[in-house]
Design a protein around this ligand. Structure first.
Ligand code: GTP
Ligand code: MG
Length: 425
């Protein structure tokens, strides 16, 4: 499956390969796009990953079970209970999710088909983790899409939770969701009052618009309350995330395309390099082996190579053209040709007959031509091929990113929209 992370990696590769082939401003723009995508907080993949956090006994594991519609996580009246974090992950989720769980050290994983696209992490309670472990939550924030703070009517004011965790992280509150669990233990009119009080407390801590869901995940002898509304909200978040990722992928495709345009890749060209090079070298080396580096032969040889460089440059177009022409200037072509010709003359000293004509038997001539061809290959063929190859590599990586992004977009579209998938079964 094509993954968002690898598409972003692909854009990074395109940027690296385009370095030197496009204007620095074009490069900076693409670099910024890749950085913005990377800096987004949350899991870079098609699954919405939410961590359940809260004090011990607030009902995190019970909430997971209520959403799952079955007993996935162990629940107990003995505190604290959940000692090993558990991930409830959709079947067929992207490999990046597995890597995220590895990074977080969550080994216990249960797959489900209930809410495609939604993963819930049941973590150990925050208050039995010694104070100062806010860093654990801080480390979690960039990797998960959201934190569901599970509170209960007794401890929703718990200073440890508020002062140690929620208030200091108010800047990340767009990733927060609050569940007031165990509302069955309150009288109906108290639910609203407690929710209002909680909302006011959170606002006082800098969370302007806290999203609070009153829920009873495991009311004794009754069906859960408020879980459908919470599930609908999670689906809404999943849709929003997929929409965002779809735009991100399309933006990545556009950024790669823009670099390809800036490098003049759309004009094609630089195909058939090997044939053209072999043809030019054959012509040049045979003429030089037969006649030696006379001014006329040299001039014609330089023209042949100039013509090759000119055609590669013109077909490549964009900034590639002047770069190739200046790297393989006429002066350089002449210099390399002279050096290669001198080497050939030294290895196969010419014999001149009585009438002053250069004589070289066919067998020696062929060897001289081969030697010259090898020299030209080393001096000009290899660097020319490298220049053409760099361009081809850029073209290939742009195509790679485009194809991968399109595939990832198709995967997102196939799995969405998520809204409306029922929680009650
Ligand atoms: N009355 C009532 N009891 C609940 C509700 N939700 C959970 N409980 C009970 O609260 C206790 C703790 O629930 P858990 O789900 O284990 O709580 P937890 O947050 O996972 O606790 P730790 O794993 O220790 O962090 C259990 O006895 C549950 O049955 C609820 O909505 N109403
Ligand atoms: Mg638990």
């Amino acid at each position: 499956m094509s993954e968002v992370v690898s598409v972003i990696d692909g854009l990074d590769l395109v940027v690296a390969l385009a370095d030197g082939q496009v204007h620095p401003e074009d490069l900076d723009r693409a670099r910024r796009d890749a950085r913005l995508a990377r800096e987004r907080r949350g899991h870079l993949g098609g699954t919405l990953v939410l961590a359940l956090l809260g004090g011990t006994g607030s009902g995190k594991s019970s909430l997971l079970n209520a959403l799952a519609g079955e007993a996935v996580a162990a629940v107990s009246a003995v505190r604290p209970h959940t000692a090993r974090p558990l991930a409830w992950v959709p079947a067929g989720a992207e490999p990046a999710l597995g890597r995220l769980l590895d990074r977080l050290g969550i080994e216990a994983r249960v797959t489900h088909e209930r809410f495609p696209g939604i993963a819930l992490l049941d973590l150990t309670d925050v208050d039995s983790v010694a104070a100062g472990h806010r860093t654990t939550v801080e480390r979690l924030l960039p990797d998960v899409d959201g934190i569901v703070w599970v509170l209960d009517p007794e401890k929703y004011h718990d200073p440890v939770l508020h002062e140690e965790f929620i208030a200091p992280l108010a800047d990340s509150s767009d990733q927060f969701l609050f569940v007031l669990n165990q509302i069955d233990r309150l009288a109906p009119d108290e639910v609203e009052a407690v929710c209002g009080d909680l909302t006011a407390t959170l606002q006082g801590e800098g969370i302007d618009r806290p999203v609070v869901f009153p829920v009873a995940a495991a009311p004794p002898g009754r069906a859960p309350l408020g879980v459908e509304a919470l599930a609908a909200h999670l689906h809404h978040r999943l849709d929003a995330k997929r929409l965002y990722l779809g735009r991100l992928l399309a933006g990545t495709r556009r950024a790669a395309r823009a670099l390809a345009d800036a490098a003049g890749l759309r004009q094609g060209g630089t195909l058939h390099f090997e044939e053209r090079w072999a043809e030019a070298v054959e012509r040049v080396s045979t003429a030089l082996a037969v006649s030696g580096p006379t001014p006329g032969v040299m001039e014609e040889a330089i023209c042949t190579l100039e013509d090759l460089v000119g055609r590669l440059a013109a077909e490549g177009g964009g900034p590639f053209a002047p770069r190739l022409r200046s790297t393989f200037s006429t002066a350089r072509l002449e210099e390399e040709l002279r050096a290669a010709g001198a080497g050939m003359e030294a290895a196969f000293p010419p014999v001149v007959d009585r009438s002053g004509r250069r004589v070289i038997e066919p067998e020696r001539r062929a060897r001289a031509a081969n030697l010259l061809a090898e020299e030209l290959q080393r001096r000009l063929g290899a660097p020319l091929r490298r220049a053409v190859w760099e361009r081809a590599a850029l073209a290939a990586s742009v195509t790679g990113v485009t194809v991968e992004a399109l595939e990832a977009e198709a995967v997102l579209q196939r799995s969405g929209p998520a809204a409306g998938e029922g929680v009650s079964s």
